[in-house]
Unconditional design. Structure first.
Lengths: 589, 213
């Protein structure tokens, strides 16, 4: 419908594409971000999860250790206060410690080794030894009573010096080929009740607390790193050897109390945690080693990654559809706007063109009217002056003078018509400007009635006046006067000799209503609607001068003044016109 | 029996000493200062300060160190348990002396020693236990007596390889009589870690004055 619509459509489509692209970018960005964070979260969670498990196991281990230590410390305090042990310690009779303590510590060695689950509540020891004041191991007279150890292992129990703090250590005992065990040993100081010094120490060997003994730790392997060697019996020897190198690197180079890293065992990834078991101990530093298989976790991670990826793709597609939908929705009003604005633009252009053309026509017509008036008035004036010159001569026959007078009268009429036409054309061109002054209508009517009474054929005409003397209306006196003149002129012209003219006026809040009625033949009803048209005269009227412009001009002028003229009535012998003028304050005299 | 009995045993013991042995040493041992109030009841106890055993209030044992013949018939002395303490708390004896440990309380006692000079364990016994549990102290040295039942109880037996010894009084004064002539070392045992000594030259009938600062 609009010739410029295709570039418009293209720009709207461009807008839609851009909007879609921007929204897709946002959706893609969000999806990627979601994927990234979800995966990072999963990885972090997995790590944290295992870390927490490891720490929980370790805290369990620490709890067991604390219980043991507390029990042993109490035991040693009690031992030291026993007179015989006290005597053995104080009186340099350490050789008597074992026989003396045998009864006191009998319960440590009694019974079977507890199950892993019962370890925490058990103080069952594998062996115990006393250290002398230099930290050397006091050999028991009867090793069977205090738990047998090979001499190599027993030597590991010695300390460089005695400490006032408990010491935790881990020692290995080789019981034969491919059969080594780890003992967790606790060295508890024994204080002299007399000097307060540490005079001995009780070293008790326990089965190490096994991490991963709980059912929820399935798949987890734990071991101990001590003296540069790894003890992880649940692992095959070659795998253990391979792992030992990595652990050695971590604990010697890293020198951290705890850490974790991923190792590969027999081709499957494991997360390895290590933590120093006996910080600040006089015994060699030992580390707890925990291995968590990651296969399940990695599978879970993969699964999750797929799920997140799938969700991302769905989100992406959903976003695509949604963004497309939104883009279309968004672009519709824009498109409509573009179309509308184009329509508006075309309409405006048309209107402007029409306006310009109308204006041009108007100008042309005004110019034409003005030119025509001017061109007409000049020969009429020349004609009149010529006729008046002829009339001034005295050598014509009297009937010539009569003819000349009639011709001069016709030139006056013609000039009147031209004046009216000029005024009308100015009015229609919008060039007529009406001054807004106060005009004394009463005075104006009286002047015109005086003039009227001077006209020869109206000498016997009866004139009735019924209006106050101070009627003031808004307008320009010249044109107001013309209106009144035209109406009075008509009242005179369409009257009959001895007839009657009645002029009355009254005012309300806004208007002055002037009514001019006259006797005479009525206006035929079928002519009534046309009496204000230009060059329209009642065809039934003959012998009455006029050119059919008076009423039209009067009404146009009245309307220009903010008033109007209408035919109030036209009956058998009475025709009445009514004019309304906007009211004004009386003009200052 | 009390002090009187013990002294009389001592007097009897001194009779076989050869008549030429009549040198005398008098003197004073500077005893550690104590802040404790004077003990009116003459009740002494064994205390440990920093692993050092001594009597409270302080007492010293002064003895003539040397190589002397052991008596043919060993003497017998007593350390009783009374009011949950050893009485006397410190007893110097010559090597070979038998010491009886009568229980004068209404409860069990279980006297033992892990001291290198003498390890023994009398086991639990009641006051009416007969014969009175006893041990022969045949090696010189300090023996710490303990009771397995009353862990606070401490007693000391100073086993000396000499018949010439005496305990100072509370002021640290002593007088050793009937000593043989010759060159000897006079020693003053003050606590388990402190024994002072001085060389003395004894002549018959002479009286020597020796002070341990």
């Amino acid at each position: 419908m609009i010739s410029t619509s295709s570039p418009n459509k293209r720009s709207v489509a461009g807008f839609r594409t851009k909007l879609l692209a921007a929204m897709m970018l946002v959706v893609s960005g969000l999806t990627a971000l979601g994927l990234y964070f979800a995966q990072r979260n999963v990885v972090a969670n997995t790590g944290r999860d295992l870390q927490q498990k490891f720490q929980a196991e370790l805290s369990w281990l620490h709890k067991v250790q604390e219980l043991r230590h507390a029990a042993l410390a109490e035991r040693c305090r009690a031992l030291a206060s026993k007179p015989r042990i006290h005597a053995a310690l104080e009186d340099n009779a350490l050789d008597l410690l074992y026989p003396t303590a045998k009864d006191e510590l009998r319960d440590l060695m009694e019974g079977e080794e507890p199950t892993p689950a019962a370890t925490a509540n058990s103080l069952h020891a594998r062996f115990y030894r006393f250290l002398d004041s230099n930290g050397a191991v006091l050999s028991p007279p009867n090793p069977r009573d205090v738990g047998e150890l090979n001499s190599e292992t027993e030597r590991q129990l010695a300390l460089n010096k005695l400490s006032e703090a408990q010491q935790i250590g881990y020692v290995r005992e080789n019981l034969g080929p491919a059969n080594e065990i780890i003992h967790e040993v606790v060295a508890v100081p024994i204080f002299s009740t007399e000097t307060g010094d540490v005079i001995s120490a009780l070293v008790v060997g326990f089965k190490p607390f096994e991490l991963g003994a709980k059912p929820e730790s399935a798949g987890m392997k734990s071991g101990i790193w001590v003296n540069g060697q790894l003890h992880l019996p649940s692992l095959q020897k070659p795998a253990q050897d391979a792992l030992a190198g990595q652990v050695r690197d971590a604990v010697t180079k890293g020198d951290r109390a705890q850490n974790n890293f991923i190792v590969s065992i027999n081709g499957t990834p494991h997360l390895l945690f290590y933590k120093r078991l006996n910080p600040n101990s006089l015994f060699p530093t030992a580390y707890e080693i925990c291995l968590y298989p990651l296969a399940g976790r990695i599978a879970q991670l993969h699964r999750l990654r797929w799920q997140i990826g799938g969700a991302g793709v769905l989100l992406f597609l959903g976003g695509l559809v949604a963004s497309n939908f939104v883009a279309v929705r968004f672009s519709k009003p824009v498109e409509q706007l573009a179309v509308n604005s184009e329509k508006d633009r075309v309409q405006r252009k048309r209107a402007e063109a029409a306006l310009a053309s109308t204006s041009e026509k108007l100008k042309r017509s005004t110019r034409y009217s003005a030119d025509a008036s001017h061109q007409l008035k000049s020969p009429v004036t020349i004609l009149r002056i010529g006729l008046e010159t002829l009339l001034a001569r005295e050598d014509f026959k009297p009937e010539v003078y009569e003819e000349l007078s009639s011709l001069i009268h016709q030139t006056h009429r013609l000039a009147g018509v031209i004046d009216d036409l000029l005024l009308l054309s100015r009015m229609e061109a919008g060039h007529l400007e009406i001054a807004s002054e106060s005009v004394n209508l009463s005075q104006l009517i009286n002047e015109w009635l005086d003039d009227l009474s001077g006209v020869p054929d109206s000498a016997d005409m009866k004139i009735e006046k019924d209006f106050p003397m101070d009627l003031n209306v808004v307008g320009e006196k010249r044109y107001t006067s013309l209106i009144v003149q035209n109406l009075l002129e008509n009242a005179r012209k369409y009257n009959y000799p001895g007839g009657r003219i009645r002029v009355s006026a009254r005012q309300n809040a806004a208007y002055v209503l002037l009514t001019i009625g006259n006797t005479g033949r009525r206006i035929p009803p079928d002519a009534e609607p046309h009496i204000f048209e230009r060059f329209r005269r009642s065809g039934t009227v003959s012998g009455i001068s006029g050119h059919g412009l008076g009423l039209n001009l009067a009404r146009e002028l009245a309307r220009l003044h903010g008033g109007d003229i209408r035919l109030a009535c036209s009956e058998n012998d009475w025709t009445e016109f009514e004019v309304c003028f906007p009211i004004a304050q009386p003009a200052p005299d | 029996m009390g002090w009187r009995g013990l002294i009389s045993v001592n007097v009897l013991f001194l009779i076989p000493v050869p008549v030429f042995a009549d040198a005398v040493i008098e003197g004073h041992v500077e005893l550690p200062k104590t802040h404790a109030a004077p003990v009116m009841a003459k009740r002494y106890e064994i205390v440990t300060r920093g692993g050092v055993l001594s009597t409270q209030p302080p007492l010293a044992v002064v003895y003539l160190d040397g190589s002397f013949a052991r008596p043919a018939s060993p003497s017998t002395k007593q350390v009783a348990q009374k009011d949950l303490t050893f009485v006397p708390s410190l007893l110097p004896v010559q090597v070979g002396t038998r010491v009886e440990f009568p229980n004068l309380d209404d409860t069990y006692h279980s006297i033992f020693s892990y001291s290198p000079a003498k390890r023994f364990d009398l086991g639990r016994y009641r006051p009416e236990e007969r014969p009175i549990p006893s041990e022969v102290f045949d090696r010189p040295g300090l023996v710490t007596l303990r009771c397995d039942i009353h862990e606070h109880m401490r007693g000391l037996i100073l086993v000396l390889d000499t018949p010439y010894f005496i305990m100072t009084n509370a002021e640290g004064q002593f007088r050793l009589t009937g000593l043989p002539a010759g060159h000897f070392t006079l020693k003053a045992w003050v606590d388990s870690k402190t024994t002072r000594e001085q060389s003395v030259e004894l002549k018959n009938g002479n009286m020597l004055r020796v002070n341990f600062p």
